[in-house]
Design a protein around this ligand. Structure first.
Ligand SMILES: NC(=O)c1ccc[n+]([C@@H]2O[C@H](COP(=O)([O-])OP(=O)(O)OC[C@H]3O[C@@H](n4cnc5c(N)ncnc54)[C@H](O)[C@@H]3O)[C@@H](O)[C@H]2O)c1
Length: 447
């Protein structure tokens, strides 16, 4: 009888933080038969989750996340809550932590993670398994998470409970697919912690779990992965800026470069780099790099270049307007999300671009029907349709695709039929066909 009870108890899990990572992750656990507690601190948001409401563009095997969420809540074994005693009040605790370290005013802000660790530490039971899944400053599982949990709980991380780090590699919009389908690295403070964490990930349905030798190796690899993308995008942006200034079709040049079998992997350029991952990555490496005397000149330059890119794009718009005697011209900014078809506008370069256009004294109208603009202030007027935004616009900037802009084929020019002529299309997403646009008397720059 005892082993059976233990198996039942082992099917419980708590996900701390129900954001872009934690919500899909908790629903994956639920779909695998776990009783899941999702602990968050946002009252209104958690209440909405209990009623099946969330603004995320995710789907699980074709089913929209809101529908999965409703089914999960109705099943009686999925509990979004702000009550830590409910979420953590069971034996054989299995906890996955997804509360992150955001960047606030260019500095890493650890207060959310500290609060989450205190909440957990005060309720941690002997035998618990804790997996940190948030991206952290390199070394933090051992140097920050472990001591804080030990101090609050009075337990020892290598004896009384198990602590591991597992990097989260999913991308928004394909979260469900990637939570299961991506190779998932994991390493605990002890071999037992590694094994237990890997077992939980496999039970969650992860197809390939990579057991590494230390949390530091996994933390470093995660940060390197994000930095690699940040640096690659900085390079792509610099190439695009060159092509634009030299009068070349960036899209064509990129498509030629990509046929070289050893240089093929070149990211898409754009209005900058946003979201909750790539812009932070360097700041998760720097404190540890400083402590071992390693400078980051290449990475720092790339980061700054990506930060400057929205201002560069705004300058191109202003230059064109000035050169065409349209100092009071209208600019339409299409897409405010941090990437195509996303609801996430956190640290979005399009938001920086909008502010930069306003700073230059330009008249700007925005369109993005799905981006969650929440508490983002200082934005231009947003209108409900792309046609309304582009009507009478002298410059149209495509910063992020949203429906009805198609993903693969070039968008139809009917969407821009109300644009002024001459006009300029600054296409940061390669969303339109250059020849087609220019045939219609509109200047075209792809970035
Ligand atoms: N979003 C992505 O695409 C992505 C991809 C890979 C890795 N990551 C990493 O995963 C982590 C989470 O990212 P995210 O995008 O889900 O962030 P998020 O901001 O969307 O979610 C974090 C959640 O934690 C909640 N929270 C804050 N303090 C809390 C506390 N004390 N207790 C419980 N909940 C608390 C917040 O209310 C929020 O809902 C970060 O470290 C991020 O870098 C994110």
């Amino acid at each position: 009888m005892a082993p059976k009870n233990r198996i039942l108890a082992m099917k419980k899990a708590t996900v701390m933080g129900l954001g872009y990572v934690g919500l899909p992750l908790s629903l994956v656990l639920w779909s695998r038969g776990f009783e899941v507690y999702g602990l968050d601190v946002r009252e209104r948001y958690t209440k909405d989750l209990c009623e099946g409401r969330v603004k995320m563009a995710e789907s699980f095997n074709g089913e929209p996340i809101t529908s999965v969420l409703k089914r999960a809540v109705a099943s009686g074994r999925y509990h979004p809550t702000t009550d830590p005693d409910l979420a953590l009040g069971y034996d054989d605790q299995q906890i996955i932590l997804t509360v992150g370290i955001p960047l606030v005013d260019g500095k890493t802000y650890t207060k959310d993670l500290e609060a989450a660790l205190d909440t957990l530490g005060n309720r941690l039971r002997k035998g618990a398994l804790v997996i940190a899944r948030s991206t952290v400053i390199v070394g933090y599982t051992r140097s920050f998470i472990k001591p804080r949990l030990e101090e609050r709980s009075g337990l020892c991380a290598t004896e009384d409970f198990d602590l591991a780090f597992s990097s989260e590699r999913m991308a928004e919009n394909v979260a469900f697919e990637e939570l299961i389908g991506m190779v998932t690295p994991v390493a605990g403070l002890t071999p037992r912690a590694t094994r237990r964490a890997a077992d939980l990930l496999r039970e969650m349905g992860v197809k390939e779990v990579l057991e590494a030798s230390s949390p530091e190796a996994v933390e470093t690899a995660k940060v390197f992965e994000n930095i690699a993308r940040d640096v690659n995008i900085a390079l792509a942006n610099e190439y695009a800026n060159f092509c634009a200034a030299y009068g070349l079709d960036t899209k064509e040049v990129f498509s030629i470069v990509r046929t070289h079998k050893r240089v093929g992997f070149l990211h898409h350029p754009g209005p900058g780099v946003g979201g909750h991952c790539l812009p932070q990555a360097m700041f998760y490496l720097k404190p540890t790099a400083d402590s071992v005397g390693i400078g980051l000149p290449v990475i720092s330059t790339a980061r700054k270049a990506n930060d400057d890119q929205p201002v560069h794009v705004a300058s191109l718009a202003k230059l064109w307007l000035d050169a065409h005697g349209k100092k009071n011209g209208k600019v339409a900014l299409i897409g405010l999300a941090m990437k195509d078809y996303s609801t996430d506008a956190r640290l979005s370069p399009a938001v920086d671009l909008a502010r930069s256009l306003l700073d230059k004294g330009l008249g700007v109208v925005c369109w993005d029907p799905v981006a969650d603009l929440g508490s983002i202030s200082g934005l231009p007027t947003c209108v409900p349709t792309i046609e309304e935004a582009t009507k009478g616009a002298d410059v149209v900037i495509i910063a992020a695709r949203q429906e009805p802009l198609p993903e693969k084929s070039p968008a139809g020019l009917d969407l821009l039929s109300g644009m002024s002529k001459p006009g300029l299309l600054l296409d940061c997403r390669f969303a339109f066909d250059r020849a087609e646009v220019m045939k219609n008397g509109i200047d075209y720059i792809a970035l």
